[in-house]
Write a protein that binds this ligand. Structure first.
Ligand code: DGJ
Length: 546
């Protein structure tokens, strides 16, 4: 029996709907080489931001933020739901925090990606309810080699999986009831940044027993079937050691912590997979796991180990087929290289935490993700901390918001490319103009004054994208980029600018031209320039001559 207040809340949610009712749950669909999020039957680009961890636990705290986030041109907020808040007593659910969040996001015309802070949040198990925290016999913690417990629930305990599944499935059932036709919630993140610390694996009795077993046949079968396309680290760890198909973790993957981490990854993946299946059985929608990336040069145990890290992608793909994709949280400067690891034919790109929202490189990183990698979405972290003075991010998101229909239409084709300078882990900006062939033209994008191609400190914040919209017609958007062109293939060998306009798309999606750009603004017809400091769109027509 639902309580009276729960029924009233359901009725209120049904009647305060700001969006039309849709019968279908959100899903993923292929378009060419891209994977798109489909909401209400239509593709959707997530222009997102993730709340700081404690924000969504209070409707009062969040009240002033929703509208400000929408005004920043976000269409989606990534927001946690804490296990301890929804199931304070075992089997007794309190949906008030979830209901308020869905109601308030919906009223502000925002979608939600819900982050399930269940058994693990940033490795640790601090979001589990008190009745889980305190019952170490039923919900054992992982242990170090000396038997000392850590504040991380063991992934090997059947009761932990059962309890987490029951709570997560209850959440999905509730979301279906309050939101199944409105689709305010468009995607789910399962747990948060799973990973073992401060050692590479659990040494508790259940884990020890599992470690003594041979490597599971399912994992071996996956590795065998995908042998040619395994990530380089797995090639080195397994193929170069003889691609053995039977034996212990150390027989197959090498001695010590390398094998221990593969073991950890497999069992975390299996847990997350079974959790995901329980949730999807209640209300199927896209579900992903996020990744705390490891610092180069650190050993397993020194970083959250066994998560869906670049070197363990194959293990997670094998162990968690119900999870739709693995999503990197990127706080390191070598963004271009890292997104390249997670955009794969079997893994669409979604970046739930794309650095802190006040980081200067975030807007350019967004353009790169959408333009170059057909990203489903992008969301810098702690978005509620910048919505009073959002600066560049709001300007960049305004442009992305205007371009969203064009971006979605171009996804999975070769009509679109994204640009931003490559930055190394040590923050060196690599000054390399980038070249892409689009629609019969070879575009070269440079990031500084093209006459003096030297990276400046803020060059990392330059970037943009190009979309072909017709024969010889293109949208160029971004800041701090200079674009030149050459023809490809037969025909006249020279290229000129027929016209270049700055402008905006209005709310109805109509192009409203601003200045006609010529003269000094195009270097007398030699290039298209989007100066630093102003995120903007230009609509250009090229032509060829002899
Ligand atoms: C990554 C986590 O996923 C977030 O929840 C948050 O803790 C940030 N780190 C803090 O930088």
């Amino acid at each position: 029996m639902k309580s009276r207040s729960a029924l009233l809340m359901l009725a209120a949610l049904a009647t305060t709907a700001a969006t039309p009712a849709f019968a279908d749950a959100p899903s993923l669909r292929k378009q060419g080489s891209a994977t798109q999020l489909i909401v209400g039957g239509k593709p959707m680009l997530i222009i997102g931001g993730e709340l700081s961890n404690s924000a969504a636990s209070s409707a009062a705290y969040m009240a002033p933020h929703w509208k400000k986030l929408r005004a920043m041109h976000l269409n989606t907020v990534l927001a946690p739901v804490a296990w301890e808040l929804i199931e304070p007593r075992e089997g007794r659910f309190d949906w008030s925090s979830v209901d308020a969040m869905v109601r308030d996001a919906r009223a502000a015309d925002l979608k939600l990606v819900i982050l399930w802070f269940g058994a693990w949040k940033n490795s640790m198990s601090t979001y589990v309810p008190s009745w889980v925290k305190r019952d170490q016999a039923r919900f054992p913690r992982a242990q170090g080699p000396n038997g000392q417990g850590v504040d991380i629930l063991s992934a090997f305990a059947p009761e932990t999986l059962k309890a987490d599944q029951r709570a997560y499935a209850a959440l999905m059932t509730h979301l279906k009831a309050i939101d199944g036709t409105q689709n305010t919630v468009v995607m789910m993140q399962v747990e948060n940044e799973i990973g073992m610390l401060p050692v590479a694996r659990d040494y508790g009795p259940l884990a020890e027993a599992a470690y003594r077993q041979p490597v599971p046949a399912d994992l071996v079968q996956y590795l065998t079937q995908h042998k040619a396309s395994l990530v380089p680290e797995m090639q080195a760890m397994w193929v170069e050691r003889g691609a053995k198909t039977q034996g212990s973790w150390e027989d197959l993957f090498g001695e010590g912590d390398a094998a221990a981490e593969v073991f950890t990854a497999w069992y975390y993946a299996r847990f997350a997979d079974q959790l995901t299946m329980a949730g999807k059985a209640a209300y199927p929608m896209p579900m992903y796991v996020n990744v705390a990336l490891n610092r180069p040069g650190r050993a397993p145990g020194e970083y959250p180990s066994g998560g869906p890290l670049p070197h363990l992608i194959d293990v997670w793909k094998a162990g968690a087929p119900a999870i739709d994709f693995l999503a990197p949280d990127i706080y390191f400067p070598n963004y271009v290289d890292l997104v390249g690891r997670y955009k794969r034919p079997d893994n669409p790109l979604f970046i739930p935490e794309a650095n802190n929202a006040d980081n200067a490189a975030v807007p350019a990183n967004a353009f790169y993700a959408y333009g170059e990698h057909d990203a489903i979405g992008f969301g810098p972290f702690s978005i509620d901390s910048v919505d009073d003075a959002p600066g560049d991010l709001a300007k960049a998101y305004d442009v992305i918001d205007q371009l969203a229909p064009e971006i979605l239409a171009a996804q999975g084709s070769n009509r679109m490319a994204g640009f931003k300078p490559r930055v190394l882990y040590d923050e060196t900006v690599v000054y390399e103009p980038q070249v892409r062939d689009i629609g019969g033209y070879r575009f070269t994008v440079a990031y500084a004054d093209i006459q003096r191609p030297v990276a400046k400190p803020d060059t990392a914040s330059y970037g943009g994208l190009i979309i072909q919209t017709g024969a010889q017609e293109f949208l160029v958007a971004g800041q701090g980029i200079t674009v030149t062109f050459k023809p490809i293939g037969d025909g006249p060998a020279l290229v000129g600018i027929d016209s270049a306009f700055e402008g905006r798309f209005d709310a109805a999606g109509r192009w409203v031209p601003g200045r006609l750009l010529n003269g000094d603004q195009t270097h007398q017809g030699r290039h298209i320039s989007l100066p630093a400091g102003d995120w903007q769109i230009q609509r250009i027509k090229l032509y060829r001559y002899r």
